[in-house]
Design a protein around this ligand. Structure first.
Ligand SMILES: NC(=O)c1ccc[n+]([C@@H]2O[C@H](COP(=O)([O-])OP(=O)(O)OC[C@H]3O[C@@H](n4cnc5c(N)ncnc54)[C@H](O)[C@@H]3O)[C@@H](O)[C@H]2O)c1
Ligand SMILES: O=C(O)C[C@H](O)C(=O)O
Length: 317
């Protein structure tokens, strides 16, 4: 525990009423919010902390290196703590190191802020989210509405790649991404992309592969210096902002995220989720899938299930 406290780099931020008012919400209905970032010194953590401080819902202060103090009273905890990939590694190759890091941090969350929304960024997300769930279950604090695997980066990539191919401005594009967060478990639903542009089936196959391999592309380009950082910080800030808006009662906040789910026969699955005052308000269905997407859905299930089970087994051993 002591070494974990010493190695834990934490940043805590809180929302101020006056900054929230600049957004135009009712002063009666918007409580102060505290956001803790665990792993704030890292490649993702540093820019993510800065972005969270720019968020008009949040004003920031640095906590000390006491994990408990940073976590106490947190409404949202974002976890980008752990090692990133090097070329040639899969996300699952990070399991041996990151599973223990995540388990330790989740024990602290259960102790100091059991009601916080947890945004899990640390890889392998397909396993770290089930690990967190098991830790919280054992501590008696689990609430499936409050645990999220952050897959926003897959959506950012799918949107960017689609906009490029469709020659439309990326700002107006939306593409749901479902499944999980590793290789074939990442399933972008380009058949539901808006605006509906004229993109051929061959191009959809190529865009799907590029979205699935987007993280690996970055890992290879960085040639040993880690994985995506700035784009993940941006995606993480978008997701945390959505969580804060949901908590504050903003209606119709919908993001794709990896959560406990009944959408398929797998216990955890990423899909569109409506965020609300208690975290998950509603896990939305997949909508109509193309034959290619139906095939992709069946293909991803064995790998995703095995990663989920690996996380559950680790947490219970
Ligand atoms: N979900 C996603 O889409 C996504 C995207 C990019 C990266 N990631 C993952 O995010 C993680 C972090 O990536 P990075 O590039 O920021 O790595 P990094 O090595 O730059 O930073 C990780 C930070 O975690 C800290 N850390 C380690 N153990 C800790 C502990 N017990 N408590 C608190 N902090 C601890 C380290 O000191 C370091 O500062 C990796 O696992 C990476 O695979 C996920
Ligand atoms: O690819 C990685 O290892 C990091 C992250 O999961 C990503 O998608 O960029």
């Amino acid at each position: 525990m002591n070494s974990m406290l010493r190695s834990a780099r934490t940043l805590a931020t809180t929302a101020s009423r006056s900054s929230v008012l600049r957004r135009g919400y009712s002063s009666e209905s918007v409580p102060d919010r505290k956001v803790a970032i665990l792993g704030a010194a890292g490649g993702i953590g540093q820019p993510l902390s800065l972005l969270m401080k720019l968020n008009p819902l949040v004003t920031g202060y640095f906590g000390d290196d006491q994990l408990g103090k940073a976590l106490e009273g947190a409404d949202v905890v974002i976890i980008p703590a752990g090692v990133p990939r090097k070329p040639g590694m899969t996300r699952d190759d990070l399991f041996n190191i990151n599973a223990g890091i995540v388990k330790g941090l989740c024990l602290a969350i259960a102790k100091y802020c059991p009601h916080a929304l947890v945004n899990m960024i640390s890889n392998p997300v397909n396993s770290t989210v089930p690990i967190a769930a098991e830790v919280f279950k054992k501590a008696g604090t689990y609430d499936e509405k409050r645990l999220f695997g952050v897959t926003t980066l897959d959506v950012v990539r799918a949107k960017t790649f689609y906009a490029g191919k469709a020659k439309v401005p990326v700002a107006g594009v939306n593409v749901p991404v479902v499944g999980g967060h590793a290789g074939v478990t990442i399933l972008p639903l380009f058949s539901q992309a808006t605006p509906n542009a004229n993109v051929s089936e061959e191009e959809i196959v190529a865009l799907t592969k590029r979205t699935q391999d987007g993280g690996t592309e970055v890992v290879e380009a960085k040639a040993g210096k880690g994985s995506a950082t700035l784009s993940m910080a941006y995606a993480g800030a978008l997701f945390a902002d959505a969580c804060l808006k949901g908590l504050n009662g903003v209606p119709d906040v919908v993001e794709c995220t990896f959560v406990q789910s009944n959408v398929t026969d797998l216990p955890f699955f990423a899909s569109k989720v409506r965020l609300g005052k208690n975290g998950v308000d509603e896990v939305l269905g997949l909508g109509p899938l193309s034959d290619f997407e139906k095939e992709g859905l069946e293909k991803l299930k064995p790998e995703l299930l095995s990663s989920i089970e690996k996380g559950v087994n680790f947490a219970n051993k």
